[in-house]
Design a protein around this ligand. Structure first.
Ligand code: PEP
Ligand code: MG
Length: 582
């Protein structure tokens, strides 16, 4: 039996989980159906798309395998090359195409049938080398089927309590399916610390480690593992002593958590008496209770993408209205900032897949407000639903990925039209229409902040994307995660410039990127004059504790000193030094 093994990755969601493993990639359901005569061409295209995606994934894994120690790197690289070869102009690919064409069966079924036949003919040859290749062909087949079905890991549901999920990659939509009462934590080979899968893990309070090279080769379903999301460590087949050590760590964290929860009812006031607004970011409606329990002053960012995930149809106006109304009512008079749809990049929606081009760079493509303005029925239904929900309490409308004033103006026109349409329908609307604000998350928007501040009702600074686009670092790519630096002087200057533009124009400014929820950055952000921070509900107590220990005037002085620096290392030490003093 193999012994204990420790593997490092990116700790993206804190906490410790210990449990039996479920490997999603081994558990895919294969749909089977016949095609109509006119569907064959499209099915062949769908198959070609899955082959292309599989090649892309394998190349990415190959790049990562170079970092594996010693001979492991060579072995894994060799295996991945073999897989890539099978997806070239191979018997497997040609065989599947022939079956789709001749038998009019769906691509998944054709892949499974072809693999069964290849395996059978290899087995008959009685050659040990070929027999060993059968397993590789099956693994490639599973990848193809996974990429064809695109069904998020439905198998994630209904697992025994305490299960730990391991996968090559999980999308935010897959993660949203995890029930924290059953799933204890998860780990993946691919994925960065600031992508939406990481954000979803934090929202669900699930310990998670991403970017774990060599993870799946080490583990089998049913093995016990420890996921340490605070340190970014996976321990496979831990010994009794290791389990005991991690159980102690779990207990310490729970004790700390209980102590922090005592801060729930006390105000977020600095030592020199300035009150700071701490709001909650919501990924999923089920976090509402947590937001209220954490004492959130409102919802500073409702990511409305949850309504579009894991489904093939689009939510209509009524369905959206019900969802928003429940949240507005649930916040009991506290403001709810609803962001319009922000799909694209790493946030996909099967229902919208047809509208989004597959080629090109998704981070720079038709996404967020660009998609909403192009597909007006999406925007119109969402704005109408938000307007209707706003009779139950204060609501603000937030627009994602704004890069120019004209996008804001066009959305304002759409809002005015939605108001007129609702009035014609005799729908009740509030006396005061919801304010409309913009995300500052594109460097161009930050640099044009004075122009935007003149037109927008408020700003919300999205540092997750602002850092990604300013430094050209894919926030979801683990291989460049070490370069993703919130303290880069370029990032800080853009935040400062945008915040000051809003303050000059007397427009409210909130910061809702992940930086807001990390107490390390609180002094700096407050020093910029930002007094409204929105974060995952679980981070509110920690940030509040930091605020209550801090003198705002001193934080302002330290921020000014930091902004005189050009070196990010020096910036970090000035900030950490200030944090250790106060
Ligand atoms: C951001 O980009 O900082 C942000 C809050 O939006 P999201 O993380 O949803 O892209
Ligand atoms: Mg963003």
């Amino acid at each position: 039996m193999k012994g204990e093994r420790r593997i490092e990755g990116l700790g993206v969601s804190p906490g410790v989980a210990i449990g039996a493993v479920f490997i999603t990639d081994d558990n895919i359901a294969v749909p089977e159906y016949k095609l109509e005569a006119g569907q064959v061409g499209a099915e062949l295209q769908r198959f070609a798309g899955a082959v292309a995606l599989s090649v892309k994934q394998l190349k990415k894994l190959k790049g990562k395998s170079n970092t594996l120690p010693g001979s492991a790197s060579e072995e894994v690289g060799y295996l991945l090359d073999a897989h890539l070869h099978m997806l070239g102009d191979s018997r497997l690919v040609r065989g599947v195409e022939k079956r789709i064409d001749a038998e009019h069966i769906n691509a998944e079924r054709a892949v499974m049938d072809e693999i069964a036949q290849v395996a059978e003919s290899f087995a008959k040859m009685g050659d040990a080398y070929l027999a060993a290749r059968i397993e590789d062909i099956r693994v490639v087949g599973s990848r193809l089927v996974r990429n064809l079905t695109k069904t998020p890991y439905a198998a994630i549901q209904n697992l025994p309590e305490g299960t730990i999920i391991l996968a090559e990659e999980l999308t935010p939509a897959d993660t949203a399916l995890m029930d924290p009462r059953r799933i204890a934590g998860f780990a993946t080979v691919l994925g960065g610390a600031e992508g939406h899968t990481a954000i979803m893990a934090r929202a669900l309070n699930l310990p998670a480690v991403l970017g774990v090279t060599g993870l799946l080769g080490e583990v089998e379903s049913g093995d016990v593992v420890v996921v340490d999301g605070s340190e970014g460590v996976i321990v496979v087949r831990p010994t009794a002593a290791t389990i005991a050590r991690y159980q102690t760590k779990q207990e310490v964290r729970e004790r700390e958590q209980r102590q922090l929860n005592r801060l729930r009812r006390v105000p977020a006031v600095t030592r020199d008496g300035v009150e700071i607004t701490l709001q909650a970011n919501l990924e999923l409606p089920r976090e509402l209770e947590q937001a209220n329990e954490a004492g959130a002053a409102g919802i500073g960012l409702l990511r409305s993408e949850f309504l579009f995930m894991n489904r093939d149809d689009l939510p209509g106006e009524d369905e959206q209205y019900e969802a928003y109304a429940a949240l507005v009512r649930g916040m009991d008079g506290k403001t709810v900032t609803i962001r319009t749809l922000d799909v694209g990049g790493d946030k996909a929606s099967p229902a919208l897949a047809k509208l989004m081009p597959v080629d090109g760079n998704p981070a720079l493509g038709l996404r967020a407000i660009r998609l909403s303005l192009k597909e007006r029925r999406l925007l119109d239904a969402q704005l109408a639903a938000i307007l209707r929900a706003s009779v139950f309490g204060p609501v603000r409308i937030l627009l994602p990925m704004i890069s120019s004033v004209s996008e804001l103006k066009r959305t304002r026109d759409a809002l005015a039209q939605a108001v007129r349409r609702l009035k014609r329908r005799g729908v009740k609307l509030p006396k005061q229409l919801p304010p409309m604000g913009v995300m500052i998350e594109v460097p161009g928007a930050a640099l044009a902040a004075d122009a935007l501040a003149a037109q927008a009702d408020f700003f919300s600074i999205g540092t997750n994307d602002l850092i990604q686009y300013t430094l050209a670092i894919d926030r979801g790519d683990e291989s460049v995660a070490d370069l993703y630096n919130p303290l880069h002087p370029a990032v800080l200057r853009l935040i400062q410039f945008a915040a000051e533009a809003a303050l000059r124009a007397k427009k409210p400014v909130c910061l809702c990127g992940e930086m807001a929820g990390d107490p390390r950055y609180t002094a700096l952000l407050l020093g910029f004059g930002i007094t409204d921070l929105s974060m995952a509900p679980s981070n509110i107590p920690r940030v509040k504790q930091r605020i209550r220990a801090m003198d705002l005037a001193a934080a302002g002085r330290r921020t000014r000193a930091i902004m005189d620096q050009l070196d990010d290392g020096r910036i970090a030490s000035l900030l950490d030094d200030f944090n250790s003093l106060a």
